[in-house]
Ligand binder design. Structure first.
Ligand code: TXA
Ligand code: MG
Length: 353
């Protein structure tokens, strides 16, 4: 059984011996391994049940430490890291031969990030190799923001979890690809892309807004495929009208009892989980449910009572986990379409059917 502790020397020893260790970062918990050791990387892919075609990102404690693992660092990368590192920003650059092809799934590039969590930085400074660390969840599922979330999904397969408390940001890093002729936003994340554009007076290409990826850019599987999915079906809505339609349809079709072939939920009593951004659902909908759902429960999780996007982001994955644990269907309200709301909505979109 996995040990949950706060010993940096113990975590470092497991890593030096080629084992994966879950580590806290300011975004989400990562499943770390020596980025230069293909055997250790294979253990990360295996523990997460992650396909080998989905590349891992590399964590280092400083810009100087990143240099040897890249072919070159473009001036714009310096500008970005000067402004936002350590922090939730991953830059895709051409990698040097020190990083194995397994790490990058055969791509000539790799993602690099300097995490802001003090424990992650202490650990990175205590070892003499970079850490590859995808989020410490099973492939495609909801990311972990506490040590106990990691225990839930990976507790049987890894030896050690370094506990750094709940993650402050709660959403993964923003990923920008700088390996081509112009910067491309591959994933909305902890630093809103529009803030980066305003701060640095640049514009980022957004592949999801173009018909296809610009030539020379590798797809980022986490940005293009179904991801962050709860174990029960989830559906998103924008406003009360869409909510009304969804609730009425669910009441008619009893969709909330749908069994999911991947998990043992068919035994569960049907119940509806509601993810709300700021407020409880309007009384009329609760009344409608109580009148027509014949005892099926309705559970609401509110992300931020004050409507604060940072607080909502911090609570997001934990709320989704709670809803998937206690319900057979999730209806999720979209966050406002700006700032960190874009990153939340991106996760909601890709986590829904
Ligand atoms: O905040 C984060 O970034 C967290 C913490 C642990 O640092 N890590 C994380 O890793 O979210 P992961 O593997 O769950 O997501 C990284 C994404 C994946 O979707 C992967 O496909 C993409 O980055 N990626 C990695 N290397 C890439 C590359 N060379 N080119 C394009 N996309 C890449
Ligand atoms: Mg992930």
């Amino acid at each position: 059984m996995v040990i949950v502790g706060n010993s940096i020397p113990q975590a470092a020893t497991w890593l030096q011996n080629g084992f994966p260790v879950a580590i806290p970062t300011e975004t989400v918990y990562g499943l770390a391994a020596n980025a230069c050791d293909p055997d250790a990387l294979l253990k990360v892919f295996a523990a997460k049940k992650r396909p080998l075609f989905d590349p891992l990102i590399v964590h280092l404690p400083s810009l100087n430490a990143i240099v040897p693992y890249t072919q070159e660092i473009p001036p714009f990368a310096y500008a970005l890291w000067e402004r936002y590192s350590p922090g939730p920003l991953t830059l895709v650059l051409r990698k040097s031969k020190l990083l194995p092809d397994l790490l990058s799934s055969g791509l000539p590039t790799a993602g690099f990030r300097i995490p802001a969590h003090p424990i992650a930085l202490d650990l990175l400074n205590a070892i003499d190799f970079p850490l590859a660390a995808p989020s410490a969840n099973l492939f495609g599922r909801v990311s972990p923001t506490t040590a106990s979330h990691v225990v839930d999904q990976l507790g049987d397969t890894i030896p050690y979890i370094l506990d750094g408390g709940p993650c402050l940001i709660g959403l993964e890093s923003t990923i920008i690809d700088l390996s081509g002729p112009y910067p491309v936003l591959l994933r909305e994340g902890g630093i809103p892309s529009h803030q980066i554009e305003d701060d640095l007076k640049i514009s980022l290409q957004r592949p999801q807004h173009t018909f296809r990826l610009p030539e020379g850019f590798a797809p980022s599987p986490g940005t293009l495929e179904s991801h962050y999915a709860p174990i029960v079906p989830m559906e998103c809505y924008h406003n009360n009208e869409e909510l009304s339609t969804a609730i009425r349809r669910i009441l008619l079709k009893k969709e909330i009892g749908w069994p999911n072939p991947e998990v043992e939920i068919s035994e569960r009593t049907p119940s509806l989980g509601m993810l709300r951004f700021q407020s409880d659902i309007p009384k009329t909908f609760r009344q409608l449910w109580e009148d027509s759902a014949r005892g099926a429960s309705l559970n609401v999780e509110i992300l931020s009572q004050s409507g604060d996007l940072k607080e909502a982001a911090r609570n997001f994955f934990a709320a989704l986990r709670k809803l998937e644990r206690d319900n057979t269907y999730i209806l999720a309200e979209k966050a406002p379409d700006h700032g960190l709301g874009l990153a939340i909505n991106d996760r909601l979109q890709r986590g829904s059917k």
